[in-house]
Design a protein around this ligand. Sequence first.
Ligand SMILES: Cc1cc2nc3c(=O)[nH]c(=O)nc-3n(C[C@H](O)[C@H](O)[C@H](O)COP(=O)(O)OP(=O)(O)OC[C@H]3O[C@@H](n4cnc5c(N)ncnc54)[C@H](O)[C@@H]3O)c2cc1C
Ligand code: FES
Length: 281
Amino acid sequence: MVKNPYKPYPVKIDEIIVETDDRNLRTFHFKFLNPEDEAAFQYLPGQFAEISVPGQGEIPIGIASSPTEKGYLKFTVNKAGKVTTYLHNMKPGDIIGVRGPLGNWYPWDKLEGSNVVIIGGGFAFTTLRSSIVYMLDPANRPKFGNITVIYGARNPGLLLYKEELFDWERRDDIVMHITVDATNDPNWKYNVGFVPAITKEKAPSSENAYAIVCGPPIMIKFTLPVLRELGFAPDRIITSLEMRMKCGIGMCGRCNIGTEYVCKDGPVFTFEQLSHLPNEY
Ligand SMILES: Cc1cc2nc3c(=O)[nH]c(=O)nc-3n(C[C@H](O)[C@H](O)[C@H](O)COP(=O)(O)OP(=O)(O)OC[C@H]3O[C@@H](n4cnc5c(N)ncnc54)[C@H](O)[C@@H]3O)c2cc1C
Ligand code: FES
């Protein structure tokens, strides 16, 4: 029987991790109630899902786990409005729904065999985390060249996935440049500076490389010219868009930019693709 694309899979909240000092970002681990649903939920880093909170509504959220992590899905959610606030107040053991996986993914066929530069700011790091975990998996690591990560937040308390960041920092098969806009912490041993400035300072090579850039619009605006100066062509700079969505499957027309539906043709686009679309994102 063909699956109804509007029907979510039932999942149980298994774990909730408070990520940031302001407590506005929480990571949720969801376990599928039915093993056959988990087997059907095949995704790649860059995709999102609709999280369905009974009686409240559905929200699109990027998948923060990697398909190499089995047994659960991970989403990091900012407390923004009605549904996210309700979700933040839920407890382990509560049942909700997940519909997906939805949208396209980072172009893994092209990224294989290339150097990959990941640039993230603030809480848009979720699908970038998925990508890093995916590339660092022992079965996948040989498929990629150098992996360089530049990730910044306003202050150390707002960085996501801190333990993992500091673990990656100690590895020799990934180059990490963690940064904060400012800090009073005398023990802070990483960078201080905005993401575009740190990108310029560290100057990752564009040789056989792709850059994936996700973050607040202001960060992207100032990082793009730095990447162009470093020699990254627009078709080698990739981003992910967050438009308002409803159906998530290209049916309702809520999320379109020109001819493209962000939920179906995106959310991942290159800047070369975006240059042909109206500037409505
Ligand atoms: C592809 C994609 C990936 C995303 N990934 C994440 C993520 O990993 N973590 C995270 O915290 N947020 C993410 N967002 C943003 C998240 O969807 C919104 O913050 C959330 O929908 C707000 O819901 P709300 O009910 O709490 O807020 P309200 O402001 O009360 O929103 C009411 C309704 O409007 C819609 N809506 C509001 N803001 C957005 C928005 N920015 N994007 C899409 N629909 C919206 C939703 O249908 C929502 O239920 C993502 C959005 C998209 C499109
Ligand atoms: S959200 Fe319905 S078409 Fe994209």
